[in-house]
Design a protein around this ligand. Sequence first.
Ligand code: PLP
Length: 447
Amino acid sequence: IPGPEQTDRWIRADRARLIHPNLPDSRTDRTVMVEGRGCHVRDSSGKRYLDAAAVLGMVQVGHGRDEIVAAAAAQMARLECFHLWENMSNDQAIELAVRLTDLAPPGLERAFFTSGGAEGNEIALRMARYFHHRRGRPERTWILSRTSAYHGIGYGSGSVSGLPVYHEGFGPPMPHVHHLTAPDPYHREAYGGEDVTGFCLRELRETIERIGPDRIAAMIGEPVMSVGGAVAPPTDYWPRVAELLRSQGILLIFDEVVTAYGRTGHWFAAEHVAVTPDILVTAKGITSGYIPHGAVLTTEELAATVTGSTGFPIGFTYTGHPTACAVALTNLAIIERENLLDNAMKTGGYLADRLAPLRDLPAVGDIRQAGLMLGIELVADKATRTPLPTGTAPVAQALREDKGIILRGNPRSLLINPPLVMDRGTADELADGLFSVLARVEPDGRI
Ligand code: PLP
């Protein structure tokens, strides 16, 4: 563990030299993480934390897995990087494409590699538009998305994201994007007395009519919304949306950047919602975050159309990076060997049971769970379901400072996405910490 002098030097250098996402200049404190094992990490002062966020929802197999370190080192020693340009390939990219398309829902037979989630969504949006272009329908350019969605901060992925903070101050977004209302069963009063799926379908139908079905390329959505609050739609939502889109020739893109590779207790949340999209975007859990990587999976028909006689004209420098692919293969082998999908189901269910009594606390409005993806919506007033005026940030901070529990919050909900290796003892540690902090939350958001 580095001493206080080293920590002070890092903190001063961090303030002077780094730009952090989401950190105002006025905030001068820093927590410098230096090591991790399993579900826990340690900072430079030696303080231990329970990482209930799996960093940013990605460390499926837990921190500090020597097997992954060895796989990366072996691949780097053999062939650290190579590309997939034109007719050149590499063995690890081929093996990973086979593995992923074997695991994926039937029909998703081809893979395109990226280095992260936003890149994956950029590729998906381009694939959808290019598919129609190649099929002689260049006017199909509109993309339907949803409010509260998060799809990354590229130009296209940021434009289809539905949270205002990604739009304000960044100039004109990508044209031909329309945001639909996201389904949120806890806030059903916002749907004007209609049932949630009925409202969303009517809005979708009216939107398709208004824009014109022959001008829409695709709809993008997270099967279970993550940054938006771990919100699963009513069970009939995705099957009925998919049916309507299919009848109009509109492609469906699932953003599974958070949900793929076991988060909801399935390899893909497409299985959880019983719908197979035309394009499925993954990242994060593909390597458990040990190295940046992502994969976009699609159908043979779509892949054959966008590649066509002249080839799909876009790719990244790191598309098919062999070290990232080797890490992904080892990570997927661990998920399978250690039955982590099963553990996500079982420990997720156990954690939900342990958290159920929190519903009696005045500040807890709703608790949602799908595998090891949980959301706790905090309210100032249970009857009106009004959010805390402070948002959830002070609660997340108190959890970190008082209980050593790391998790993220959006303005309304605490988001819990722990490593899929979490055991019951660690789930108890999390539940006890949450109970003691949430019991102290006042209606004005103070703790
Ligand atoms: N899509 C979803 C659902 C996400 O949660 C995220 C990141 O949190 C992204 C896309 C963007 O991924 P990345 O940060 O790897 O670009």
